[in-house]
Design a protein around this ligand. Structure first.
Ligand code: PXP
Length: 240
């Protein structure tokens, strides 16, 4: 099914809600299980340097026990690279966490950080982890992603979601370029029922990672219904 587009569900906000009371409920692991049962193709978690939502114990259990590919978002640091090599998630998505690592729109500035990224990515690749870089839809960032050894880029859809003029055209051109460069193409940030269709329709995009909107909708209609509805919109977009 080459036309299939995967939905990765980001569950960081479940951990934020749990941490608000300092207890154990709601449990990100249990929610990850529910997401997979409802049809999520993967689970995305961001282990931040400050551990403000997902914590090490969450990441360990989720990577070990969830029966679906885990996408671990992380900063390009020594600490996170060591953790990832131990946890061995299916994939790692390197994201910026400090202002200095961010491009104008908010993706990782791969162009300016090639020397630091290359050895980290080589270690992750050697551990059998598929490495993705969260980048703005800019040709120079995609070319730099190839140069540092990433197999995947996740195109930052935040500017598109904020209605910035011309962003869908930039995403369309960037997605087409990924194929020419031999990169697998993912996308995410700020996607909703209202704006997902044009992005999901881009044939090069193999996966969308969506979190905040799904969790908000789940409060209204429940997680299974929310995931099924988003997947339905994505599948319909592929059929044109
Ligand atoms: N992809 C990446 C790399 C992200 O950092 C995030 C936000 O954590 C998302 C996707 C999901 O964004 P949203 O929560 O707006 O759907």
């Amino acid at each position: 099914m080459t036309n299939y587009i995967r939905l990765g569900v980001n569950i960081d906000h479940v951990a934020t809600l749990r941490n608000a009371r300092g207890g154990t409920h709601p449990d990100p692991f249990t929610i990850a299980q529910a997401c997979v049962a409802a049809g999520a193709d993967g689970i995305t978690i961001h282990l931040r340097e400050d551990r403000r939502h997902i914590r090490d114990a969450d990441a360990i259990k989720i990577c070990a026990e969830i029966p679906a590919p885990i996408n671990l978002e992380m900063a390009a640091t020594e600490e996170m690279t060591s953790i990832a090599c131990q946890l061995k998630p299916h994939g790692v998505c390197i994201v910026p966490e400090r202002r200095a690592e961010i491009t104008t729109e908010g993706g990782l500035d791969v162009v300016s950080h090639q020397a630091e990224l290359k050895p980290l990515i080589a270690r992750l690749n050697a551990a059998g982890i598929v490495v993705s870089l969260f980048v703005d839809p800019e040709p120079a960032q995609l070319q730099a992603a190839v140069a540092v050894g990433a197999a995947v880029v996740e195109l930052h859809t935040g500017a598109y979601a904020n209605h910035k003029p011309g962003e869908l055209a930039r995403l369309t051109a960037a997605a087409a370029l990924t194929t020419k460069l031999g990169l697998e193409c993912h996308a995410g940030h700020g996607l909703t029922y209202e704006n997902v269709t044009p992005v999901a329709a881009l044939p090069e995009i193999r996966e969308l990672n969506i979190g905040h909107y799904l969790m908000g909708e789940a409060l209204l209609v429940g997680l299974p219904e929310t995931i099924r509805h988003m997947k339905g919109l994505m599948e319909a977009a592929r059929q044109g």
